[in-house]
Design a protein. Structure first.
Length: 531
């Protein structure tokens, strides 16, 4: 216990005694907390702008941050701080356009519009925004506490009881589960995973001769990781948004009228008591769903809203608005679940090295790009005779997340309520700016025209994915996990003496492999039956 407390203290010191950003009157301002604040405000502004999202801002920021702070271990926490701030801020800011203008920037924000916009139309926009902010930060704080407790225990368990064959089977289970639960069908998810693995294996491997390069010298070291992922995730979405913008311009869709403001400017008496059960229930639901790789906030928001509506119909009075007609409980149920997912999604990242959503992908990219921190079971090694720098970084990340929550509780709400004007930024102005920033960020890090060709090629691939209803995230996660999967499989195969059945020699790995097959088969049948 003393050793754990010592590492917690070292993590706090790493945040507050790290590199200085600037000094005021001779007092140095540590970079990491300042970067959390900057990321949080950026995230709120991005979340409040329809067409943008937290992962998009993280993608643009990452190469720029690395070019500023460099590749030394001292850069880890400041870069993580900004990315974590964006992740937290975008979740809170996403409620702004949903409530004020009935414009959900993300699929999970659609549930917020059902009650948030009716409240805004009834003269209660600030009340709705305060309920959203309070519920969101509460759910986020709860999931972070679960992360702080569960991630170390899960990592210690995996490191103590799973050998290389079991870890290989666990990675296969994770990839299979992600393919099965995301997208319109299991077949499309498996196709996305297969293409991700294929792209990752280009130019890499155990042999000295590059593979799958088709004689192209630029592919001898494989596709640049950041360029490929940003192309699929960001440029693909930008290309699709360009097409959607052109179609909407042809239709000349009528802009939403601004809601009345200023009639009810604060929470009413009893609001906190009314929403507290829904916040607590949705925080638990969001945390459980967020801990599963690939199961995102849309499912958590939908499930929490459905459960909350069922409960509300049994308990609400006749004079209270029903769900879908401006019920504060509807906003609370959705926002608490959305935010609880973000913290819980880092449980598999830090304990297993397996990303579960797009935001987690960019945290892993930051760790891979800078070096000195490899998310996974080996991070939480408390028995090392020397100080474990990765463990100090992990507790530094926990400290950064706590700072982000504190800032969200204090100044996040005020900044959030001032961002409504960003919901009116027209897409024809917004999208070219985002495209230019993305390409500039990639060139700043890679300084290679080949990387720009790669990002454009993967951008086209991401666009085709979206137009074919093929999920993008399984491709990205498979691309990231291909290296660890091949390495653990190679080590397990070598340790077994070249046994081709090494994955089926222990009960644990057999259970994992059976679960991988069952997730694909059962979820595939379930979707066919539901369709």
């Amino acid at each position: 216990m003393i050793e754990v407390l010592n590492y917690i203290w070292l993590g706090v010191l790493a945040v507050f005694q790290g590199p200085e950003l600037f000094s005021i009157l001779g007092y140095g301002i540590p970079a990491s907390p300042a970067m959390v604040l900057g990321g949080l405000l950026t995230g709120i502004a991005v979340g409040a702008t329809p067409g943008l999202a937290g992962p998009m801002a993280m993608a643009i920021s990452l190469p720029i941050l690395i070019s500023i702070f460099g590749f030394t271990p001292d850069a880890l926490l400041p870069v993580f701080g900004f990315l974590i701030g964006i992740m937290k801020g975008a979740t809170v800011g996403g409620a702004v356009p949903a409530i004020l203008f009935n414009m959900p920037g993300t699929p999970d924000a659609l549930m917020t519009t059902l009650d948030g916009h009716p409240m805004a139309q009834n003269g209660q926009p600030r009340r709705a925004l305060k309920i959203a902010q309070l519920s969101s930060v509460t759910g986020d704080t709860f999931s972070d506490l679960v992360l702080f407790i569960c991630a170390p225990f899960l990592a210690v368990f995996v490191e103590a009881y799973l050998d290389q064959p079991e870890k290989t089977a666990l990675l296969i289970l994770s990839i299979s589960f992600i393919a099965a639960v995301m997208g319109g069908s299991v077949g499309r998810g498996l196709l996305s995973v297969g293409l991700g693995l294929l792209a990752a294996f280009v130019g890499t491997g155990q042999s000295l001769t590059p593979r799958l390069t088709a004689g192209v010298e630029g592919l001898s070291n494989g596709f640049p990781l950041v360029a490929a992922i940003l192309g699929v995730l960001i440029l693909g979405e930008i290309f699709k948004s360009f097409e959607d913008t052109i179609r909407n311009a042809v239709r000349k869709a009528k802009a939403a009228a601004p809601p009345p403001v200023g009639l009810i400017d604060d929470l009413e008496k009893g609001d906190i008591r009314r929403i507290a059960p829904h916040v607590a229930r949705s925080a638990v639901i969001g945390t459980i769903i967020g801990a599963l790789p690939g199961v995102g906030s849309t499912l958590a928001a939908t499930l929490s809203y459905t459960v909350g509506r069922h409960r509300h119909e049994k308990t609400h009075g006749n004079e209270e608005p029903r769900f879908g007609y401006g019920a504060p409980e509807g906003i609370a149920a959705t926002e608490a679940a959305n935010s609880a997912v973000s913290g819980a999604n880092l449980i598999p990242v830090l304990s297993l090295g397996i990303p579960g959503n797009a935001a987690a992908v960019f945290l892993i990219l930051a760790a891979d790009s800078i070096g000195g921190f490899n998310p996974g079971p080996a991070v939480f090694n408390f028995t090392s005779p020397d100080i474990n720098p990765e463990l100090v970084t992990a507790f530094g990340i926990f400290t950064l997340m706590s700072i982000g929550n504190l800032l969200n509780w204090t100044i996040g709400g005020r900044f959030m309520r001032s961002m409504g004007v960003l919901a009116r930024v027209p897409s024809p102005i917004l999208l070219p700016v985002v495209l230019l920033l993305t390409l500039t960020a990639i060139y700043v890090q890679e300084t290679s025209l080949f990387a720009l060709w790669v990002i454009f090629a993967f951008g086209v691939l991401g666009y085709l994915f979206r137009r074919s209803d093929i999920p993008v995230l399984p491709f990205v996660i498979a691309f990231i996990l291909a290296g660890p999967l091949e390495q653990t499989a190679h080590e397990a195969f070598a340790a077994s003496g070249g046994d081709p059945w090494f994955l089926f020699r222990s009960a644990t790995s057999v259970i994992f492999m059976t679960a991988a097959i069952a997730s694909v088969v059962l979820l595939g049948r379930g979707r066919q039956a539901g369709g």
